[in-house]
Design a protein around this ligand. Structure first.
Ligand SMILES: [Zn+2]
Ligand SMILES: [Zn+2]
Ligand SMILES: [Zn+2]
Length: 106
């Protein structure tokens, strides 16, 4: 007689840690670029790029990066460049500030 339960008793197996790379990358220093699109007048505004900083010890741009860590060793242990900018497109269901002012006649 086989007891099937003996084979299915592993429901509480620990979840393996997922691959870190993607998460890590997105949390590194990078520029954030926001573009506002106003639906009602279809004007597009690009906001100033915003520097997103991480606090990673091994990131050259981080505030936690030790000042004693300098090239050439730094170049082998630490991130030397920022990640690709992230582009955010925001769609705002109104007219843009300029058009708002115009319509107010001031
Ligand atoms: Zn960083
Ligand atoms: Zn370094
Ligand atoms: Zn407008």
């Amino acid at each position: 007689m086989n007891c099937p339960d003996a084979y299915n008793g592993q429901s509480s197996r620990p979840t393996p840690p997922g691959p870190l790379s993607t998460d890590q990358l997105s949390s590194m220093c990078h520029w954030r670029r926001v573009r506002n699109t106003y639906n009602q007048c279809s004007h597009v505004y690009d906001l100033d790029d915003e520097m997103i900083r991480c606090d990673d010890l091994y990131c050259k741009f981080s505030s936690s990066h030790p000042s004693t860590c300098v090239p050439p060793s730094c170049t082998t242990t630490c991130w030397q460049y920022r990640q690709f900018p992230q582009q955010f497109n925001r769609f705002i269901d109104s007219v843009c500030p300029a058009c708002t002012q115009q319509s107010q006649g001031r």
